[in-house]
Design a protein around this ligand. Structure first.
Ligand code: FPP
Length: 242
């Protein structure tokens, strides 16, 4: 069993899948009179340390919201800066290889610049045999967009006579989501004092537990993750039952 870092944390009940909305980078930078992009740089560094920590304490899946389908509306220099952080992260395979972390990407990747798509393919391939944390980066990800893609795939099957519309099930929608290789998130964390899902894992979060904090993502530390997990462990999950 992984090393206990907080005496209150029950290491036998670590959430299997944690989702994180890495929010507050811009405000962190503004408070320091820095450009917003400096907040994203610090945010990327925090992401690395939190992924490493999740791996250490035995979280099986971590999904982080790195870039949404709506984030293209941001100023071009900010979009470019986030894409460059992704490039930098993907080029340095020590980020995941030496950690036994399996890297995966969820989202509509087809519209990303070709060099990033190649780097993603390479990183996914290089880490495919890792047995530790499965670390999913949501890039050009939108929960509604994901459901639209899934429904389109099923609609084509109906049109081609391969599927009866009445047989469409929840499981079929799940199976056609980008996240089809992982369980639904047990715990979703949003720092920075916002209480929104912002199009993150809409379908998958039906029974997720939520944890919010005023800490800005670039200030987020393993101790905050411990707090979230301890709060999660005190919840009574009934999944609609009694
Ligand atoms: C939200 O904070 C954050 C984003 C839209 C981008 C998150 C991206 C990263 C942390 C870097 C990604 C790179 C890697 C390698 C994972 P915000 O900018 O909306 O903050 P604000 O609400 O304070 O303005």
């Amino acid at each position: 069993m992984a090393k206990k870092s907080n005496p209150e944390m029950d290491m036998s009940r670590i959430p299997c899948h944690i989702g994180i909305i890495m929010d507050g980078n811009g405000r962190w930078a503004k408070k320091r009179f820095l450009p917003r992009t400096a907040g994203h740089t610090q945010g990327a560094s925090v992401f690395k340390s939190i992924a490493r920590y999740c791996n250490k304490i035995g979280v099986k899946y971590l999904t982080v919201y790195a870039f949404s389908t709506e984030n293209w509306k941001r100023p071009q220099d900010e979009v470019d800066a986030i894409m460059n952080l992704l490039r930098r992260y993907l080029k340095d395979s020590t980020n995941f290889k030496s950690e036994n972390i399996k890297l995966k990407f969820v989202g509509d990747l087809e519209v990303l610049p070709q060099d990033i798509r190649d780097l993603i393919d390479n990183a996914e391939h290089e880490s495919e045999n890792a047995t530790g944390l499965v670390c999913n980066l949501a890039v050009n990800y939108g929960g509604r967009d994901e459901v639209v893609h899934a429904v389109r795939k099923l609609a084509k099957k109906v049109k081609d006579g391969e599927l009866d519309a009445d047989d469409i099930s929840e499981q079929m929608i799940s199976d056609n989501c980008y996240t089809n290789y992982m369980p639904d998130p047990d715990l979703i964390i949003r720092p920075s004092g916002e209480f929104r899902l912002s199009n993150f894992l809409l379908w998958q979060s039906a029974y997720s537990e939520f944890w919010f904090s005023n800490v800005l993502w670039p200030d987020f530390k393993p101790k905050h993750l411990d707090e979230a997990i301890i709060a999660y462990q005190q919840r009574d999950r009934r999944f609609g039952g009694v």
